[in-house]
Design a protein around this ligand. Structure first.
Ligand code: GLN
Length: 486
């Protein structure tokens, strides 16, 4: 087992292509591969706290099925035998699905999320459920009721959030690829913090059926992988219309890997000055500028674009997201799901105490904020205003995308910070979401790709945004950045 020093647990997984060749030829047995991942998980999980639960029986049964098919020489599906992990906000039949919350401790859902079912139908082996911030609320994974995940690059630092487990699993090779969710940055920021690739698909591209809702107009499911091609391959599998999610798009899904190697010569890359000003760490800035120079050297045309409403994005996001959360989380009342307070005298005491005992501090803060924003007398001042900002942001992006194919920014203004560094200052934590919440509000897609490191060796991620349903273009630009680092 490769271990660079006491604080670094990074190991690049084999690529999907390499593994697939082995499995298809019968040289690699899926069962052996699965067991080797479980061994690595047993060794590293006590330190990294990436997995909340394992689905061993299910995984080994899928793996055995793949091996039997391979032995018969049968045609194998796209992800045959590939070990993957699932963020614990996506439900899995008969297996714990806690959303990182105490309130859902012991909840074993009766069905699979569509994205999970699609992965498995494509042959993927589901290793287990990944740690995350409670109900996906957070930017550091420190809001998980089950303890923080540690960043495999430096275990004294946070992996980002809310999909911290999904990012760390790929970085430490505890899964070849994973699923996470992104409401305001929860795929992109942890991917950036852990030095892996993360994808924000267009809103509607991937079904939300079986995703435990945080903010339904913003929530998206997307993949993490160690390289751009693997991430695109996963998106191929999970994308597409689902009759169980009325907001999922009817658009046909094209092969997202098709244009990945296409040169970026002539690709128009927009740079918004709003993402390069105050608050941006100088070392992050330097790495992103180097990445932009590499795109220019590869023939891309670099242009300025204006996104002036960016300055209102964080307050708008934290109003819309908390308003929706306050409504979505009303269902956790101790009656149908998870935790119920013992010995309550009345029904309302049972509701109150179940919620008080089951929810963590950040979730309570958001329910209170959201309830306030929606209350009579404040609705116009807060929620309606936030929706207006959302509309302006979306229009600005559309105007920008009339001139450019992609927009490039840092994914996070700062490199991964130390555990505990920001837990006492929720506002500082919220402000760090500045570069990711804009695309969330606008519904557009994007990819974050590793783009150098700081002098301390901490990963920097470049965010590459594209207009609605143009994931392929974002992948193409991301691949060029990735190739320039190789
Ligand atoms: N950090 C943001 C928040 O706390 C985003 C979370 C997410 O995308 N799920 O709301």
């Amino acid at each position: 087992m490769q271990k660079m020093n006491d604080k670094n647990f990074v190991q690049k997984p084999k690529t999907l292509t390499e593994l697939s060749v082995g499995i298809r030829s019968g040289r690699t047995k899926s069962v052996d591969l699965t067991n080797s991942y479980y061994e690595r998980i047993a060794a590293l999980n006590p330190t990294l706290n990436v997995y909340l639960s394992l689905t061993k029986e299910r995984a080994l049964a899928s793996a055995a099925k793949i091996d039997a098919l391979a032995a018969k020489g049968a045609e194998l599906p796209a992800l045959a035998g590939i070990p993957v992990g699932i963020k614990d906000v996506l439900v899995t039949k008969g297996a714990p699905s806690t959303a990182g919350s105490k309130i859902l401790k012991g909840y074993h859902p009766p069905y699979d999320a569509t994205s999970v079912a699609k992965l498995e139908a494509a042959g993927a082996v589901i290793l287990g459920k990944l740690n995350c911030d409670e109900f996906a609320m957070g930017s550091s994974n420190e809001n998980s009721a089950y303890g923080p995940v540690r960043n495999p690059v430096d275990i004294d630092r946070v992996p980002g959030g809310s999909s911290g487990g999904s990012a760390a699993a790929v970085a430490a090779d505890l899964a070849v690829a994973t699923l996470g969710t992104d409401t305001g940055g929860s795929i992109r920021q942890p991917a950036s913090f852990c030095g892996v690739v993360g994808v924000l698909p267009t809103y509607g591209r991937v079904s939300r059926y079986g995703l435990i809702a945080f903010a339904s107009s913003l929530d998206r499911v997307g993949p993490f992988a160690a390289n751009v091609r693997d991430a695109a391959t996963l998106l191929n599998v999970i994308a597409g219309h689902d009759t169980m999610d009325a907001t999922s798009s009817q658009r046909p899904v094209t092969d997202f890997t098709a244009d990945i190697e296409k040169p970026v010569k002539g690709l128009r890359v927009g740079i918004p000055s709003e993402y390069f000003g105050e608050g941006l760490d100088p070392e992050v800035k330097q790495q992103i500028e180097k990445g932009i120079d590499q795109l220019r050297a590869a023939g891309a045309e670099i242009k300025e674009v204006a996104l002036p409403t960016t300055q209102y994005a964080v307050p708008a996001y934290y109003l819309v997201a908390t308003a929706e959360a306050s409504s979505n989380l009303a269902r956790f009342d101790g009656v149908r799901f998870g935790h119920r307070a013992a010995n309550a005298d009345t029904l309302s005491a049972m509701y109150r105490r179940s919620r008080d005992e089951g929810f963590g501090a950040e979730v309570k803060r958001r329910i209170i904020l959201g309830t306030y924003a929606l209350s009579a007398g404040y609705y116009d001042a807060y929620y309606r205003k936030a929706q207006q900002v959302r509309r302006l942001l979306a229009e600005e992006f559309l105007t920008a995308f009339a001139d450019v194919d992609v927009i490039v920014t840092p994914t996070s203004p700062i490199p991964p910070f130390k555990l505990g560094e920001k837990t006492d200052d929720p506002l500082a934590m919220y402000l760090a979401d500045i570069y990711t919440v804009t695309a969330s509000l606008a519904g557009i897609c994007g990819v974050t790709v590793p783009c150098g490191t700081t002098s301390a060796g901490l990963p920097v991620g470049m965010q590459i945004l594209a207009s609605h349903f143009n994931e392929g273009t974002a992948f193409r630009a991301a691949r060029a950045v990735e190739a320039a680092q190789e």
